[in-house]
Write a protein that binds this ligand. Structure first.
Ligand code: ZN
Length: 299
């Protein structure tokens, strides 16, 4: 294991760590059109991407997430730039690394490939495994300290991504799933429980597991979900990254309900439920992360 990753785990053993908040909604605030390819900004507008990382770093985030959620060839293909995987993810990792410096760590972000794996869908596992591996290699080459496989619904896809990240040489892989509340409890879109999702990620070799960006989950829901994740995690650290409520249209603008103060209030409860890393997903801002940081240092 490399020294930086070892230092991350050593810190985590001593204190809870703070992850950053949303990247996509922050870039939209800087002019990225919804549905546009945000990864292109890593080379087109590097200063804008850097500015998002800088604001989270200054808010107190220990972990910065690269702007590469849709950076696999599978997703980039839909924007006509499937050949630019290495260039865009490498550039993204460099940008985050520049801001993280010695005080923070860089999580190389990999989101879903955007389709359904065989046998439920039509995409062969080998295609997706190769795509995740290509992206993970670029993120690591650019200076990512760990790989974050996030917003997963299909445990099989998460397992493919985790294995690909390990095969690419990642010392540390984080895997998070996105849940919704159903009449029978918290489930991913594929109907997977927290226990089954975590088990699949751990079986594939994930070192840290958790949840991000749920659908219609309140902060108290995240607290209950955290307890389920911790129970399933077999002693591995758990990360929780709530979205700031569900997006709503207010006066033609997309707006998120949960305030920074509400976020900060709930952070100690996530930790009490056993989480070791907290951060934010869609709609959360540097103000949310700063509020959590202030709360965590005062308790
Ligand atoms: Zn999100």
């Amino acid at each position: 294991m490399n020294a930086r990753t070892a230092a991350l785990l050593a810190q985590l053993a001593q204190r809870p760590l703070l992850c950053d908040g949303a990247t996509g909604t922050q870039l939209q605030g800087l002019g990225l059109a919804p549905g546009a390819c945000g990864e292109l900004w890593n080379t087109q507008f590097p200063e804008r991407v850097r500015s998002v990382h800088r604001r989270y770093f200054e808010a107190g985030a220990d972990l910065l997430t690269t702007n590469t959620f849709g950076g696999t060839a599978c997703v980039l293909e839909s924007h006509g730039v499937a050949g630019r995987v290495h260039e865009l993810s490498y550039a993204a990792a460099r940008l985050a690394r520049e801001i993280a410096g010695e005080r923070a760590w860089v999580l190389g972000d990999m989101g879903p490939f955007g389709g359904m794996l065989e046998p439920l869908g039509e995409t062969p596992v080998e295609t997706v495994a190769a795509a995740f591996r290509e992206q993970a290699e670029a993120l690591l080459a650019g200076g990512a300290d760990a790989i974050l496989v996030e917003t997963m619904s299909d445990p099989a896809e998460a397992a493919v991504a985790v294995r690909a990240a390990k095969a690419a040489g990642a010392d540390l892989v984080v895997a998070t799933f996105t849940f919704q509340k159903t009449t029978v409890g918290y489930r991913t879109m594929m109907g997977t429980t927290a226990a089954a999702a975590v088990a699949a990620a751990l079986e594939a070799g994930a070192d840290i597991v958790g949840a991000n960006c749920g659908t219609d989950l309140s902060l108290p829901d995240y607290e209950l979900l955290t307890a389920e994740l911790v129970a399933a995690a077999d002693g591995k650290p758990v990360i929780v990254q709530p979205n700031a409520g569900s997006p709503k249209l207010v006066d033609g603008q997309v707006s998120y309900a949960e305030s920074a103060a509400e976020f900060a209030e709930s952070a100690p409860r996530f930790l009490a439920a056993g989480a070791r890393i907290v951060g934010g997903c869609c709609g959360s801002t540097p103000a949310h992360i700063a509020a959590i940081a202030a709360r965590l240092t005062s308790t």
